[in-house]
Design a protein around this ligand. Sequence first.
Ligand SMILES: *Cc1c(COP(=O)(O)O)cnc(C)c1O
Length: 435
Amino acid sequence: MKKEVYLSLGIPEEVYLLGEKAEKSLKDRFARADEISEINQLKVLSAMQKNHVNAGCLVGTNGYGHDDIGRDTLERVYADVFRTEAAVVRPHITCGTHALAVALSANLLPGDELLSPVGKPYDTLEEVIGIRDAACSLKEYGVTYRQVDLLPDGSFDWEGIKNAINEKTKLVTIQRSKGYQMRPSFSVSQIGELIAFIKNIKPSVTVMVDNCYGEFTEETEPSEVGADMIVGSLIKNPGGGLAPTGGYIAGTKKCIDRCHYRLSAPGVGQDVGASLGVLTNLYQGFFLSPTVTAGALKGALFASALYEALGFRCVPAAAEERHDIIQSIELRSKDAMCAFCDGIQSAAPVDSYFTPVPEPIPGYADEVIMAAGAFVQGSSIELSADGPIREPYAIYFQGGLTWNHAKYGLLLSLAKMYEKGLVTPEQIKNASEKF
Ligand SMILES: *Cc1c(COP(=O)(O)O)cnc(C)c1O
């Protein structure tokens, strides 16, 4: 019965059978993903109970949003789950880049230096920082930037980092997930080690972790190993697929107060900001997030098992530990990226009949192809794939509100590549023998 359903939905039999083998090989990994989600589920649940989330919290306010109990309580729930003193969680944060820009500009002043000890930051931050010239960049405001690249094997350049810290160094930014790079994503424990090293050299430094795509993929978060701020987007993991918009910053009261002032206005801070009608979705999405994230992790594990067996380089490799929900696959050509994305798009519940094409996107230097047929526009906790059209033609795959959907999307991506001759019958046959 199951096989017939897949065949009737465009999956060739050999692709389906390969998928079944790949899935079977992942039994233990899937069990571990479920265990992490179980722990995080209880964390979120107990924070909601402790903070007395009640029906009144779900209503929302308009106008100035003074005394918005639901908004203030949600911020306390986030702070408790992430083990921080405070948090900003607002629909007024338009995206992850905005949340990061707020956290940075609130905590850096003219004459300060920003340091990235983990190489180039995410593409859109280049303009925020001023690595690429942009109006209102930190550079325009007199904040300098220094970067220490990772060593060729993806590890930290301890000596280089030590040498880069100076009297101006005020804030250190660490990106947990790889972004559009082929470097590894960092574990919470690696991040903790890096923070300890840096704070040992200069205790007064503020450390911010770009936590995008990392939330709930491990048992702990970077805020539990010394980060002063962790930052992310609500249309990624912590929104659980239900948050329609928004971002969060969780951290020390000192840093978060400044973020509130930067986001609204100095002197006004956190007391304003009407939550309108979105609070139910923000609460319910956060509640579902550990389970949804586990589904996305299973999709990533399945993608790497499948495509690595077919001979494509995957980061992380199939056998590696996961620290985010992103799976990159080096597809080695623009055509293969387009076919892969066509499969993901065709598997979507919304806009399934559209064909994704590469296009210039504000904030990115190269053309980008994006496949997503999401209930929330651009949501990348929903099944999606994207990537800049440049060497090594790597596609970044993520999300899936359910594991079943992620599996179907990945099988359809392979079916599309197979149809176009970008994956050969020999490759499928050889891959089958590897499981
Ligand atoms: C998604 C992401 C961001 C922010 O992106 P937005 O599209 O602005 O939400 C920043 N850093 C990393 C590592 C990301 O994955």
